[in-house]
Design a protein around this ligand. Structure first.
Ligand code: IPM
Ligand code: MG
Length: 357
């Protein structure tokens, strides 16, 4: 198993270090893994002037999986767009054709009280958001900032989806629903946007192949509202790139903290990139305050989806539940009055549980 490790910027290196501790537990048990680190994001811009150097892209292409930390920081926000850290991540997603982005939002019972919503609204919550990741307004052309006929600057982007792009991620949605509660909600804005009218039409066509799954459709504004009104109505949500970006951040807060949410981004070959859904959090970088659990849970997803070791995925997830049950809390998931542990203490606690069995 070949794993490319891209720590990136901000809290990325700190939380990836904890994930690597978890991997070394398995290496000591004899699991054969070849880890290779590479530069990405602002760190790569600083070193070689490119957020996705060719060597990094190559290492990812030949790997079975990419373990990714986080990228970005205020010092890069004024660089030309092609040099911004975010471009590195977007180019990597596109180059590896990682179109299916799985973002599970689960409420661990121990953290039900950490959500900003009432525990009775969120407890037992288990949603899987499947976000299309290589199309939509993120990649549509033309795009840019130009001067219009009136001599005024105007910014423009193109929201576009090809039928095949919708179809392949829709299949992912239905198949994931088949393995769960068999309910799929497709989110669009068909009342206003043609590209999402096509989205709804194609998802409806694909549904014919999955008679055991109950398909519903929801407009994105309503979905944003329903997620905080009654989130447990959802099982699997499938949606486009930009709606998925926004709804998954919203869903993360149902679980108590964005610091808890892992993700998997997969292509048709089963290759995947595994990253927490949160960003580089430059405000707390280097202080040992970051929650490493989203990164560690991303390792679990990596074993499940790319490395064919669901047994190791189960062990990691059980270990995370156990450290939460033991009462360990980083600042983002601590309630008033609860003791707070550092990034590395949290990581070490997960490792200790794994080593016990
Ligand atoms: C995410 C992030 C990225 C995105 C940024 C960092 C480009 O917000 O993975 O959700 O918008 O996709
Ligand atoms: Mg996002």
């Amino acid at each position: 198993m070949k794993i490319a490790v891209l720590a990136g910027d901000g809290i990325g290196p700190e939380i990836v270090a904890e994930a690597l501790k978890v991997l070394s537990v398995f290496q000591r048990e004899g699991v054969d893994m070849e880890l290779e680190s590479a530069l990405v994001g602002g760190a790569a811009v600083d070193a070689v002037g490119d957020p996705l150097p060719a060597t990094t892209l190559h290492q990812c292409e030949v790997a079975d999986a990419v373990l990714f930390g986080a990228i970005g920081g205020p010092q890069y926000d004024t660089l030309p767009r092609h040099q911004r850290p975010e471009r590195g991540l977007l180019r990597l997603r596109k180059a590896l054709d990682l179109f299916a982005n799985l973002r599970p939002a689960q409420v661990f019972p121990e953290l039900a009280a950490a959500s900003t919503l009432r525990p009775e609204v969120v407890s037992g919550l288990d949603i899987l958001i499947i976000r299309e990741l290589t199309g939509d307004i993120y990649f549509g052309e033309p795009r840019g900032i130009r001067t219009n006929a009136a001599g005024e600057r105007e910014g423009f982007n193109t929201m576009v989806y090809a039928e095949s792009e919708i179809r392949r991620v829709a299949h992912w949605g239905f198949q994931a629903a088949q393995r769960r509660q068999k309910r799929l909600c497709s989110v669009d804005k068909m009342n206003v946007l043609e590209s999402t009218q096509l989205w709804r039409d194609v998802v409806t066509e694909v549904a014919v192949e999955y008679p055991d799954v109950v398909l519903s459709h929801m407009l994105v504004d309503n979905a944003a509202m329903q997620l905080v009104r009654n989130p447990r109505q959802f099982d699997v949500i499938v949606t486009g790139n930009i709606f998925g970006d926004i709804l998954s951040d919203e869903a993360s807060m149902l679980t108590g903290s964005i610091g808890m949410l892992p993700s998997a981004s997969l292509n048709a070959r089963g290759q995947g990139l595994y990253e927490p859904i949160h960003g580089s959090a430059p405000d707390i970088a280097g202080q040992g305050k970051a929650n490493p659990l989203a990164q560690i849970l991303s390792v679990a997803m990596m074993f499940r989806y790319s490395l064919e070791r669901p047994d190791l995925a189960d062990r990691i997830e059980a270990a995370v539940r156990q450290v939460l049950a033991q009462g360990l809390r980083t600042a983002d998931i601590a309630q008033a009055g609860e003791a707070v542990v550092s990034t590395s203490v949290m990581g070490d606690a997960v490792v200790a549980v794994l080593q016990r069995g």
